[in-house]
Design a protein around this ligand. Structure first.
Ligand SMILES: [Zn+2]
Length: 211
């Protein structure tokens, strides 16, 4: 015969086992759901973490959705993924109101600029001035390499200065490239604002300035 005490202990053990099974099942379901969600670019928010570090009076998100945005500095079309948002809000504890505004390259460039803030502050301006100065000198391999690097710069303004420098240098190869920029000017309405258009206009003015 089992004593009442034994029976109670058995019932308790049963309940614990059932709770553990339910917990496991819940985890499996959660995981499945997370897998399904993240496959379509959605992540579930951890409200407990968000609440603990809450720095807003607004609503907390329950899910993160991939957010398309244009980079504030270079205009590149980017997507801030749900996973990146989860990391930003829940690991770094970024402000709940904050949003991604710059692409990775511009974030790095900005961080670099800020790190060098102080005497060597305006890196972009320094580089532009240097490029302009190059335009007044005879082109050599070193200068050509600098112009080439500037044309690949994340900063359109620097690329434009590179195009002006090429115009000032002249020479068959440079002029051919300026004409190529102009030829690549996209048709289309005012709504289109891209590098190709900026480059074409810069090339045109670089070509006509020299005349
Ligand atoms: Zn950018």
């Amino acid at each position: 015969m089992k004593s009442n005490k034994q029976r109670r202990a058995e019932i308790k053990a049963h309940r614990r086992a059932r709770a553990a099974r339910a917990e496991t099942q819940r985890h499996v379901l959660d995981r499945q759901r997370n897998v399904c969600l993240c496959m379509i670019g959605i992540e579930q928010a951890d409200l407990e973490i968000l609440d603990r570090h809450n720095n807003t009076c607004g609503l907390l998100p329950e899910f993160y959705f991939a957010r398309p945005f244009s980079c504030r500095d270079c205009g590149a079309e980017e997507v801030w993924t749900a996973k990146q948002q989860k990391w930003w809000y829940e690991v770094v504890h970024g402000p709940v109101d904050s949003r991604a505004v710059r692409c990775l390259a511009c974030r790095r460039a900005r961080r670099e600029r800020l790190r060098h803030a102080g005497p060597g502050a305006n890196l972009l301006r320094e580089q532009s001035e240097r490029l302009r100065a190059l335009g007044a000198t005879k082109p050599d391999a070193q200068g050509a390499a600098e112009v080439e690097a500037a044309l690949q710069s994340k900063w359109w303004s620097l690329r434009v200065v590179a195009i002006q420098t090429m115009g000032r240098w002249g020479g068959e190869a440079n002029l051919a490239r300026l004409h190529a920029f102009m030829a690549a000017r996209p048709e289309g309405g005012r709504q289109y604002f891209g590098w190709e258009r900026v480059a074409a206009d810069a090339a045109r003015s670089a070509l006509t300035c020299g005349e």
